[in-house]
Design a protein. Structure first.
Lengths: 314, 556
């Protein structure tokens, strides 16, 4: 059985004049899935989302949104999704409550007062203030409340929690889980790796307009090394000789034996645990790589370049 | 608790408002302000100076001799309408003094309004947009932005005063030219002082602007009352800067005492604004933002949103145009009688561009042709609003809903066109109503004439709005050129007769093709040019939709 993906992008290209914003991007979000979309500023996340919303025309590539063409069928498709931009600007003279009602009606949705009220309370937003007087976080809340006050098949969220405090971040995560429990698919572009780790089923990392890594978090973790540490007795030389063991550190275990710490390739883990078993390990920990490590691995060279750059005049 | 190590802070006393350092950074801010205004201010000055130049040329043609001037003065001396609009014509000694009467009070009001806007632009607007927060976080004193705003206002006032005096001085050196410059300078300074205070009082730049502008324009209206009935209302000359400036009386008394009052208001306004700045929080005003409704039942579509967003500015345009045209209508009959009694005035009216034998009707047609620029200007501001919506990301948010691009743009263009047409209609109604009141013509005929005079300008207005929309559809960064089209059309018309430009040039202006209804009978109207204009407008609008449907949003 083939299920139509909520989002399917193949080999997407888009340039603005001389700037190549997207350069062969692939991205798939299956129905009911929460897909994380990671990349630093300028990697092409917002451009991708604008193409998905039919606001930008792709130069080349295939883009499917809820089984339709995002540009030609924009209006019908938009009735089935809700969008939260990363930098929300509202009409300064309208109150927050008016803006929410307007955005819902423009989606073709009847405003459910009770549900809106619930969301307003949850996000602690005062809807009677003029949008011009809202802080960045409060403007963000207006867009979130508008998006979450009606059911949608797909939520397109572009850094939706920038400017929110940690309490609101937790509220946001709960609300997204509620939505996915109803079968809503989510595309979540974010910088906050903890948020992605907490919410997402799959992750796509984008760099210079190209997807450089994608899969479930578990799959991605397989692609990189875990961190192992233990206190052992016996000859640690056996670990050194194993292929797949990196950065081995040996230190005094404080009477209990020798402390070892190393990184290990995922496919070498079975061999390494066998070898470790012969060394009578205590206090053994195997840490899978965090999303942050995964992310930094993709951008390691860039980070190095940035750190080496002169820190400015002194 | 271990708070002993911290320096003690006086609990209930505010930190001393030390002025030391309060002005730090003023120089840098002023350079930035002048750089940002390097196009706007010179353009405003040049356009205003050109109005003086063109008035000078028409006045020297018509009132070149003392005899001509005395005749016209005899006709106008007791006419209340002219007293309200232009003030009394007392100094008939020269062409320059006549220019000072003909446009002086009107122009000092315009300069005052521009000064208010300049000051607010560099104070409250910066603060409202949050840029001041960033600036004040640097080594910039609390009073530096205010001083910068006042300095820009003062620089504009000095430049406009000198320029005005220079234009009139070109007719020959005179104390009157200096006094006329002092009028302009004085009102500019006083308006800057007023704006400095309104920028502290209102918490939005729109609020600060309207408050300041209405104080200046209010001065113009109050002194009109004083001129009509000096015995009972003469004191109204002494309550506002425009009234004071009038009392300088260039080419007459040349009295600089009222000028000192203007300077004093600049100083007092600046000091009061400074005190308010030091005693309020950044971002706060004395007039607090009101709360609003938590729900909306009326905002159901893009059209409803457009209506809501354009409502308040439309009301301001409508009231201004309506009041002005009502006045003109009220004047029309007087103008007609004066012409029959006075050949001099007939010549004057003809030279202004009035066509046809029925002078009252010609006068109405001429004034209405100016209103066409207002209609087009309103339309261009609405198209610029669409561009602002796009640049700020609000178009994106709207198009991400079930609103198609065609419907989105159509809703906005309907707002632009509907508003502009409504504005012209109101102008026609007001003109007709004013005329019916003063002349005793039947209301029906009078209003039909007024509406007729207005409606013939609709095609030209549509062409300008269409062209601006097409720019938005294809080259959204260039929508500002809509103003250039209006300004160029205006200048071509203004300078056309002055420089004897060939018809091929003056015909480029879309405004040049409207018949002078009601001076021209409907049966004599040549419909072809109007039809062509409508076709061109329709083509531009279609082009706008076609471009917007296929282009990227947003174009940044």
């Amino acid at each position: 059985m083939t299920v139509t993906p909520a989002i399917e992008i193949q080999d997407l290209h888009k340039s603005f004049g001389a700037v190549q914003a997207l350069d062969g991007l692939n991205l798939t979000v299956r129905p009911g899935e929460v897909a994380g979309f990671l990349g630093p500023n300028g990697a092409g996340k917002s451009t991708t989302i604008r193409v998905l919303l039919g606001l930008l025309r792709p130069d080349a590539g295939r883009v499917g949104l809820l089984g339709g063409d995002p540009f030609a069928q924009a209006v019908d498709l938009h009735g089935r999704l809700a969008y939260v931009p990363g930098d929300v600007t509202l009409w300064p003279k309208l109150t927050g409550g008016e803006a929410i009602d307007l955005l819902l009606r423009l989606r073709g949705v009847k405003v459910d007062r009770a549900r809106k009220e619930r969301m307003l309370q949850r996000f602690e937003l005062d809807p009677t203030k003029r949008a011009g007087t809202y802080s960045k976080g409060n403007r963000q809340k207006v867009a979130l409340v508008a998006a979450l006050s009606a059911d949608a098949e797909l939520l397109v969220l572009d850094e939706p929690t920038s400017g929110l405090d940690p309490l609101m971040e937790a509220v946001f995560q709960d609300s997204i889980r509620e939505a996915t429990a109803q079968g809503t698919s989510v595309l979540l572009s974010s910088h906050i790796l903890g948020e992605v780790e907490a919410l997402c089923d799959t992750v796509t990392i984008i760099r210079n307009g190209k997807d450089v890594q994608s899969g479930t978090l578990a799959e991605l973790r397989h692609l990189t090394r875990s961190k192992v540490s233990a206190v052992v007795t016996g000859d640690v030389g056996v670990l050194e000789s194993l292929t797949g063991v990196h950065d081995l550190l040996v230190s005094d275990g404080g009477g209990a034996g020798t402390r070892v710490a190393f990184h290990v390739d995922d496919d070498a883990l079975p061999r390494v645990t066998k070898a470790l078993a012969g060394l009578e390990p205590h206090g053994l920990t195997v840490e899978p790589p965090s999303l942050e490590e995964l992310f930094l691995r993709q951008y390691g060279d860039e980070l190095e370049r940035l750190e080496e750059a002169p820190a400015g005049r002194s | 608790m271990t708070t002993t190590a911290l320096p003690a802070v006086p609990a209930l006393e505010r930190p001393a408002l030390a002025l030391r350092g309060a002005f730090a950074g003023t120089g840098d801010l002023l350079r930035l302000a002048l750089r940002r205004d390097r196009v706007l201010l010179p353009v405003q000055l040049v356009v205003c100076a050109l109005l003086f130049v063109s008035t000078l040329s028409s006045v020297s043609e018509l009132y070149g001799t003392q005899e001509q001037r005395d005749t016209i003065q005899g006709t106008l001396v007791a006419n209340p309408a002219f007293l309200v609009l232009l003030g009394p014509y007392e100094n008939t000694g020269s062409v320059a003094s006549t220019v000072s009467w003909r446009v002086g009070i009107f122009m000092i009001t315009v300069f005052g309004v521009l000064a208010v806007m300049a000051v607010v632009r560099h104070t409250r607007k910066e603060e409202q947009l949050g840029r001041l927060e960033l600036v004040r976080a640097a080594r910039v004193g609390s009073l530096a932005p205010l001083v910068t705003g006042l300095a820009v206002g003062a620089i504009f006032a000095v430049a406009s005063g000198v320029l005005t005096a220079a234009v009139v001085w070109s007719q020959g050196p005179s104390a009157g030219a200096v006094a006329l410059g002092a009028q302009v300078l004085g009102v500019g300074l006083a308006a800057s002082g007023i704006a400095a205070v309104t920028a502290q009082v209102a918490s939005s730049s729109r609020g600060a602007n309207s408050l300041g502008v209405w104080i200046v324009i209010g001065g113009y209206l109050l002194r009109g009352g004083a001129d009509v009935d000096p015995d009972a209302l003469g004191w109204l000359h002494w309550v506002t800067p425009v009234g004071w400036a009038q009392q300088i009386d260039p080419y007459g008394a040349n009295d600089y005492l009222p000028f000192l009052l203007c300077v004093a208001l600049f100083v007092v306004g600046g000091l009061a604004a400074g005190w308010l700045t030091l005693h309020r929080d950044l971002g706060a005003g004395l007039i607090a933002e009101r709360r609003g409704p938590a729900h909306s039942t009326s905002l159901t579509s893009t059209s409803a949103l457009v209506a809501r967003l354009t409502r308040s500015s439309f009301v301001i345009w409508a009231v201004s145009v309506g009041v002005y045209m009502f006045f003109v209508g009220y004047l029309m009959a007087t103008a007609g009688t004066m012409v029959t009694e006075n050949e001099q005035f007939a010549q004057y009216v003809t030279a202004m561009g009035v066509q046809g034998s029925d002078i009252a009707a010609g006068f109405a047609a001429l004034i209405m042709s100016w209103t066409a620029y207002a209609g087009a200007g309103y339309g261009v501001t609405v198209v610029q609003d669409i561009r602002t919506e796009e640049a700020l990301g609000r178009t994106e948010a709207t198009l991400a809903t079930r609103v198609s691009r065609t419907r989105y743009l159509a809703a906005w263009l309907t707002g632009a066109i509907g508003g502009a047409v409504l504005l012209l209609g109101l102008a026609g109604l007001a003109l007709g109503a004013g005329n019916a009141l003063s002349s005793g013509t039947s209301w029906g005929d009078s209003i039909a004439d007024g509406l007729g005079a207005a409606v013939v300008h609709v095609p030209a207005v549509l062409v300008v709005i269409g062209l601006t929309s097409a720019l938005f559809g294809w080259f959204p960064r260039l929508v500002g050129l809509g103003w250039a089209v209006i300004a160029a059309s205006f200048l071509v018309t203004l300078l056309g007769s002055l420089l004897d430009l060939p018809d091929a040039v003056t015909d480029l202006s879309p405004f040049a093709h409207a018949p002078a209804v009601p001076a021209v009978a409907w049966s004599d109207v040549d419909w072809a040019p109007l039809g062509w204009l409508l076709l061109i407008a329709a083509a531009f609008l279609a082009l706008a939709l076609a471009g917007f449907r296929r282009r990227d949003v947003p174009v940044v």
